[in-house]
Design a protein around this ligand. Structure first.
Ligand SMILES: C[S@@+](CC[C@H](N)C(=O)[O-])C[C@H]1O[C@@H](n2cnc3c(N)ncnc32)[C@H](O)[C@@H]1O
Length: 445
């Protein structure tokens, strides 16, 4: 007998205690289990829906713990409690039922003493008047709990977009991820993939990019279909697909990708180059590069050379175009990776910005005169985007990115002006139904 709540709590414990994302943790926990696809989908939904609301769920649990802190509890126990609170406060499960099933699991896994603790906590949780408790808080905390975001993000989004739009962004961040499909024209035509998907019950909508479709509905997840395994299409967000088009690679050119794994953009660039010329794909993660190599093979990409190296230092020289899609805060990807919301670390954030700038400087070193750098992130912050372009503009000329999808950049943030706001492009989940992305284009002159 499989208890969805128990497996979901185990996956959430992995997310809690490692750096794995929900998807990676699900894969790790479920890979050797023979689960019916409906049970699998249910575990998946429990994990995402609970993780998404972690701040408010923990707020409720903390009110009920009496003298203990939630982080003092065993990770599995605390995640079982989270699942129970999610069920009774957000999923509409009758509180007595939610409590009963969690207490049974706790009894089997931890014994009588912990079962009576879980029982007491969940019985109290049932009576927490969430709306009333939230109403007592200041504006930022209120918005943070109402829309399931950390307080620092609420402040950032308000300063960036104004209150009304910040709320829209947070609401969109809580919606289900929209899936986009990019046809891999190295292996199949756009028309054949469209027909194949429609024949397999996938309803598609066109996007401004001819090789990219939005998935409107499906009977079976597109990623589980044979043509996905055969590399005839990939799952890639619309905003991410814009990047290769902005780079505008020509067949025969020498391209450098300084942070390339898992290789979605590099494989798209290879497709636009019709496999002619060379893409030097650098990444400093051996594991990610290994997976990237396998993916390139699957996609029929033949002009990518994967190099394990530090993208802030690697030198190839005389390169026509460079892509810098560096590690970032991923603040544009909360829909896809809710755990990212709760992992922000100021020190790491500042370090990441240093890496981004070093990659921009290294791109300059590697480019030939007149060469192009495309700098993109899946972050919505000003520091990682506009401010880095301002830094790059000391030695690069900022070129215009056409807003095929997206809006212009931020003009002013917390007293800082950005004069190139009308040359860069941003996408937002609430405006474009895709990941929050930033794309800029710079020329070495
Ligand atoms: C945003 S991801 C890149 C995604 C990739 N461009 C794609 O489209 O699939 C950032 C990557 O940077 C890599 N990375 C982090 N620090 C690096 C460094 N100093 N040098 C090279 N790669 C680095 C990470 O391993 C990660 O794979």
């Amino acid at each position: 007998m499989i208890y969805t709540q128990e497996v979901a709590a185990e996956v959430l414990s992995i997310v809690d205690t490692t750096l794995l994302s929900e998807k990676e943790a699900l894969k790790k926990r479920l890979s050797r289990m023979k689960l019916d696809y409906k049970v699998r989908a249910s575990v998946h939904a429990y994990v995402f829906e609970t993780e998404k609301r972690k701040n408010v769920i923990d707020f409720i649990i903390s009110k009920c713990l009496k003298g203990k802190r939630i982080d003092e509890l065993d990770p599995l126990l605390r995640n079982l409690l989270r699942v129970g609170v999610y069920e009774m406060h957000f999923k509409g499960v009758h509180p007595a039922l939610a409590t009963d099933s969690i207490v049974r699991i706790v009894k089997r896994r931890f014994g009588e003493k912990m079962a009576s603790l879980a029982n007491a906590v969940l019985r109290r949780a049932e009576h927490v008047n969430l709306e009333g408790e939230i109403a007592k808080l200041d504006e930022i905390r209120k918005l943070a709990l109402e829309h399931f975001h950390p307080e620092w993000f609420v402040k950032l989004a308000i300063d960036l977009l104004g209150r009304e739009e910040a709320v829209k962004l947070m609401i969109a961040n809580n919606e289900k991820q929209t899936v986009y499909i990019r046809v891999n024209e190295l292996k199949a035509s756009i028309e054949s993939v469209r027909r194949y998907l429609e024949n397999h019950g996938v309803e598609l909508a066109e996007t401004p990019l001819p090789e990219v479709f939005k998935v409107v509905s499906y009977e079976r997840a597109p990623a589980s279909l044979d043509w996905h395994a055969e590399g005839k299409f990939v799952i890639q967000d619309l905003a991410s697909c814009l990047v290769a088009h902005v780079l505008e690679p020509e067949p025969g050119e020498k391209i450098l990708d300084l942070a390339s794994a898992p290789g979605l953009k590099a494989s798209h660039v290879a497709m636009l180059m019709e496999n002619e010329g060379k893409i030097i794909a650098v990444d400093n993660s051996e594991d990610r590069l290994r997976r990237m190599k396998a993916k390139m093979k699957e996609l029929g990409v033949r002009n990518v050379e994967c190099v394990l190296a530090d993208g802030t230092k690697f030198y190839a020289g005389d390169v026509d175009r460079v892509l810098v899609d560096p590690p970032c805060s991923s603040t544009g990807s909360f829909r896809n990776y809710p755990c990212v919301k709760w992992r922000f670390d100021e020190r790491k954030y500042r370090e990441t910005i240093k890496v981004q700038r070093k990659m921009i400087e290294n791109a300059f070193r590697n480019l030939r005169e007149g060469g192009i750098l495309v700098y993109s992130t899946c972050s919505i912050t000003f520091d990682e985007n506009e401010e880095n372009v301002l830094f790059a503009s000391r030695f690069f000329k900022v070129e215009e990115v056409k807003p095929i999808v997206g809006v212009r950049g931020i003009r002013r943030f917390r007293g800082k002006d950005f004069p190139f706001w009308d040359k860069v492009v941003r996408t937002f989940p609430h405006l474009h139904d895709c990941v929050g992305f930033f794309i800029s284009k710079l020329k070495k002159v």
